[in-house]
Design a protein around this ligand. Structure first.
Ligand SMILES: Nc1ncnc2c1ncn2[C@@H]1O[C@H](COP(=O)(O)OP(=O)(O)OP(=O)(O)O)[C@@H](O)[C@H]1O
Length: 553
């Protein structure tokens, strides 16, 4: 009697068993397939490596006074001294060396020429111009390979030239903007003495504009035929860099006829530092050094970088990397009034004066936290996938809003490294992590605020204060509370920083420090982060070389 009842159960058990078996074998097959794919990938990589390591040329050259065996592969050039056999059978350790092709930026045929002779002359060999690293600095070096055979030398020259053309990110034609009024008015000399010779050596053609006024670079960029160039170069300080970054993104937006959505800049920007702080240059080079900057351009080192849009009342104010409201804005506004002072004195004066009159801003601060997945974006996500993410798609309910007194609010999409703050004003963000650092400093005593500022130079513990908040954000809104009364600049006497906020009349504008430029804005400002909106010549660096310390606080 029980049999008919047991039958379906048995069938069920068997079918479950079969399913499990099938699942197991499916899993096994999947693992097997994955294993095979991995093996194929490794094989492919090994093949690529062996092709790259295949000897392209083998020859004998003199390096210095000694003959060397020289090998050229697709990735490097190596040399080993030829040591004659010793009758005693002893051999010394040969002093061999190598240089990677990715570090070679020019190759020339060397000839013997008499004084004043411009062409011809017997062949001496080839000279390779390459870049060596010394800390964060890049330096130019030359390797001379001597061989008097013209045929031998030309075979090596042509082969090296051809291999170097494989580095497609290296520019051949650049649009260069030089701001002759930057900092100590040295931009033209810096370009002529340190940069132009390297560009010439690397056969890079240039089209140079020496800017005549603020906004000149922007107007040229709006009009010029961009597709002729491989990149744009800015020789100047942070103000000039900000103008060109804004111009590149604005131009991309105009070209794409996309009035609402920012569009990724079409050309990379190289920055030759010639300003007083050079925060953007420092953030992608780690040093303020024109040669390092030029070598990053010549070698085509490209680094995508997040940018922000700053808008007010639905109108774009500009694109940029950083903005400071409160202390940073007021200090810059004060410095701008003393333009006649040398820039470092002006900055110190403004800092001390603004600290003496330290008072908080009463405002509403709202922010959208960067999505969790974005925080590790640099290693985890596909770049283009993120580019298409729209912060607008976040619901209004995701905004966090606080109302209160703030001494300073900063938003930075790059770490903002400088010799004064080697790990950056925003060490908690990176160049292309898809988010910005929001650093909000609430109201506190002057001495505590100074303690917080001072810690930037040692790069430790600047955020370990109860009055400092930091967040990784994708958007920020700051709405200053317009109150009745007088405006701050007229009231010169010191107030009680702990309690008295700046008091504003209707229609007062608020000073913002956007990438070192003073921008006066009357209303709420909306800041949105746009991942990888621009590409700069350079690389991600952890820390800048520190060469100065601020003695004014
Ligand atoms: N010929 C010029 N005369 C005056 N201003 C100019 C000229 N060319 C460009 N500018 C403007 O000068 C401003 C400041 O330039 P830049 O940032 O290069 O120098 P800086 O202010 O001395 O350096 P830093 O910002 O590092 O202190 C920029 O906004 C730029 O548009």
């Amino acid at each position: 009697m029980s049999e008919p009842e047991e039958l379906p159960q048995r069938e069920q058990r068997e079918s479950t068993k079969k399913k499990k078996k099938a699942k197991r074998s499916g899993k096994k097959k999947k693992e097997q397939r994955e294993g095979e794919e991995q093996e194929e990938q490794v094989e492919f990589e090994q093949e690529v490596q062996s092709v790259n390591e295949c000897v392209v040329l083998h020859g004998i050259f003199k390096l210095g006074k000694k003959s060397h065996d020289v090998l050229l592969t697709r990735t490097k050039l190596t040399w080993t001294p030829i040591i004659p056999e010793n009758p005693t059978g002893e051999t010394g350790v040969p002093q061999s060396g190598e240089v990677l092709l990715q570090d070679i930026f020019a190759v020339k045929v060397k000839r013997r020429r008499a004084a004043g002779q411009e062409s011809g002359g017997p062949v001496l060999g080839v000279a390779l111009f390459w870049c060596r690293r010394k800390g964060r600095k890049l330096e130019e070096d030359t390797l001379h390979l001597h061989n008097a055979s013209s045929e031998h030398t030309h075979t090596w020259y042509n082969t090296l030239k051809e291999l170097l053309t494989g580095f497609s990110s290296r520019p051949t034609y650049l649009k260069v903007f030089i701001n002759p009024s930057s900092h100590k008015k040295e931009a033209v000399h810096i370009y002529r003495d340190h940069v132009a010779p390297l560009f010439k050596m690397a056969d890079i053609r240039t089209d140079i504009t020496v800017t005549e006024r603020k906004g000149h670079a922007l107007s040229v960029m709006k009009e010029c035929k961009l597709d002729e160039y491989d990149g744009v170069v800015c020789v100047g300080g942070d103000g000039s860099v900000a103008e060109l970054c804004h111009a590149l993104v604005l131009r991309a937006q105009l070209d794409a006829d996309s009035p609402e959505k920012p569009v990724r800049a079409a050309l990379p920007l190289g920055i030759i530092p010639a300003g007083s702080t050079d925060v953007v240059s420092c953030s992608v080079h780690g040093v303020r050094d024109p040669v390092t900057a030029a070598l990053h351009i010549v070698l085509g080192h490209l680094q995508q970088v997040d940018m922000c849009s700053f808008s007010s009342h639905g109108q774009l104010v500009r694109f940029g990397f950083s903005a400071m409201f409160g202390f940073g804005g007021r200090s810059l506004a004060r410095a701008e009034k003393k333009r006649w002072m040398p820039s470092s004195r002006r900055r110190e004066y403004a800092l001390v004066k603004t600290l003496a009159r330290l008072r908080p801003e009463d405002c509403q601060l709202s922010f959208l936290s960067a999505r969790k997945s974005n925080s590790n974006l640099f290693v985890q996500r596909d770049k283009d996938q993120y580019q298409d993410q729209d912060p607008e798609s976040e619901g209004e309910e995701s905004w966090v809003t606080n109302q209160g007194l703030y001494l300073s609010i900063s938003i930075m999409s790059i770490p903002c490294l400088s010799p004064h703050a080697p790990q950056g004003l925003a060490p908690n963000t990176s160049l292309a992590n898809g988010s910005a650092a929001l650093i909000a400093v609430g109201n506190t005593s002057r001495s505590e605020f100074i303690k917080h500022l001072k810690r930037y130079s040692s790069s430790t513990g600047q955020f370990n204060f109860s009055f400092v908040e930091t967040h990784a954000v994708s958007a920020v809104k700051i709405r200053p509370c317009s109150l009745i009364g007088c405006s701050e600049d007229e009231s010169e006497e010191e107030g009680d920083s702990k309690t008295t906020p700046f008091i504003h009349t209707e229609g007062t504008t608020f000073p913002w420090n956007i990438d070192g430029d003073l921008v006066e804005i009357a209303n709420e400002v909306l800041i949105r982060v746009h991942p990888r909106l621009i590409t700069l010549y350079g690389e991600e660096v952890e820390e800048a070389e520190s060469s100065v310390s601020c003695s004014c606080i």
